[in-house]
Design a protein around this ligand. Structure first.
Ligand code: ADP
Ligand code: MG
Length: 337
């Protein structure tokens, strides 16, 4: 049974093909989405959940936006059957605002393409400040939901919602959190993420991808015009850093070094290469970072942890549960594991 206080949200969601639930952290968004999903499923609707919280993920591992179909009454939000996921690469949307919004849009489109009648979008708790406003409004503007449900203790959603009051869509329902909603501290959240990732990576193995055939999307390396070994040696000697790899891209030069360069060293390299600004990537930053892997259809099929990068030939060693022959594109994210 759904909490009586949530009846206005359920009544509205019953007539809304697309609902997005927003609010600060620990307001009970995921609990509400789960209850709404069950109530709508119970009424005979096909129901989908898009989990757009990249930190406290319940569908797909952290760093992804997942979409699932409700196939039975959910005991836990993660009980929905995972249909697809999209890699964002960060456990906080602040680190990749565009990626979070794009991934959410793609997963909602997936649910719609499946003909799911009622799609519920669960979101993370970043709503405060101009960043929170920008993120939430970008999601609303892109998704064009029929309904926005806001769980707020005070008026946390006011700045986000103000412009929508002046226009016809979406409908807005604002509710107070349940007194039973419990705050979680940063340590609890971190542990939740680490445990979810550990479960995801259980049974994974090390694979080596040949980056002449598999595309490295981010950082965009091995697609440009390689600089000669002599030029790299000259550059290495000049800045006192080993320049492992350098290539001319359109408008800049990408370099790979063992450790991070200072801005000044980057500028010195740019003068040596005489080809626009230098964008430097450090192996120490990339190793241990989570990567998303896409198949030939352009779908994120899983995650990997970067273990090594080779240049001769260009290669990437990943620890992943995904089979190497199913990987067409790799995106190295920002979060470490
Ligand atoms: N209506 C409720 N009844 C019981 N527990 C709740 C309720 N709403 C939230 N909680 C508890 O409070 C905590 C935070 O809720 P959650 O739904 O995860 O919040 P959010 O998704 O907004 O961060 C969880 O431990 C959850 O079980
Ligand atoms: Mg949540």
């Amino acid at each position: 049974m759904i909490d009586a206080a949530w009846a206005p949200a359920l009544d509205a969601a019953a007539t809304a093909p697309l609902t997005i639930v927003i609010g600060p952290g620990d307001a009970g968004k995921t609990t509400l989405v789960t209850a709404l999903a069950n109530a709508l499923f119970d009424r005979g609707f096909s129901v989908g959940i898009v989990d757009a919280d990249v930190g406290q993920s319940v569908l797909g591992p952290p760093t992804t936006v997942g979409v699932g179909r409700v196939t039975r009454v959910l005991q836990r939000p993660g009980d929905a059957e995972l249909i697809a996921m999209a890699f964002v690469g960060a456990t906080s949307p602040a680190a990749n605002l565009t990626g979070t919004v794009v991934a959410t849009g793609r997963m909602v489109a997936r649910a719609r393409a499946q003909g799911i009648a009622r799609v519920l979008v669960d979101t993370g708790g970043l709503i405060a400040g101009d960043l929170g406003r920008a993120l939430k409004q970008a999601k609303i503007d892109l998704l064009d939901p029929d309904l926005v449900v806001c769980l707020e203790r005070g008026d946390e959603c006011e700045t986000v919602l103000r412009p929508y009051r002046a226009v016809a869509r979406p409908r807005v329902v604002r509710l107070a959190p349940s007194p039973a909603a419990r705050p979680r501290n940063a340590e609890t959240r971190r542990r939740f993420r680490e445990e979810a990732l550990a479960r995801y990576f259980a049974g994974s193995r090390r694979i080596v991808l040949d980056l002449r055939s598999v595309v490295l999307k981010r950082p965009a390396l091995f697609g440009g015009e390689p600089l000669s070994v002599e030029k790299r040696r000259e550059a290495s000697a000049a800045i006192g850093h080993d320049v492992i790899w350098a290539e001319r891209r359109h408008g800049d030069t990408a370099v790979l070094t063992a450790t991070a360069l200072t801005a000044n060293e980057g500028r010195r390299l740019a003068r040596i290469f005489e080809a626009g600004p230098v964008v430097a990537y450090a192996v120490v930053d990339l190793v241990g970072t989570l990567a998303g892997v896409d198949d030939a259809a352009g779908e994120t099929t899983g995650l990997g942890v970067v273990r090594a990068i080779g240049i001769d030939p260009p290669s990437l060693e990943l620890e992943t549960p995904v089979a190497p022959d199913a990987i067409a594109v790799v995106t190295i994210g920002r979060a470490k594991f």
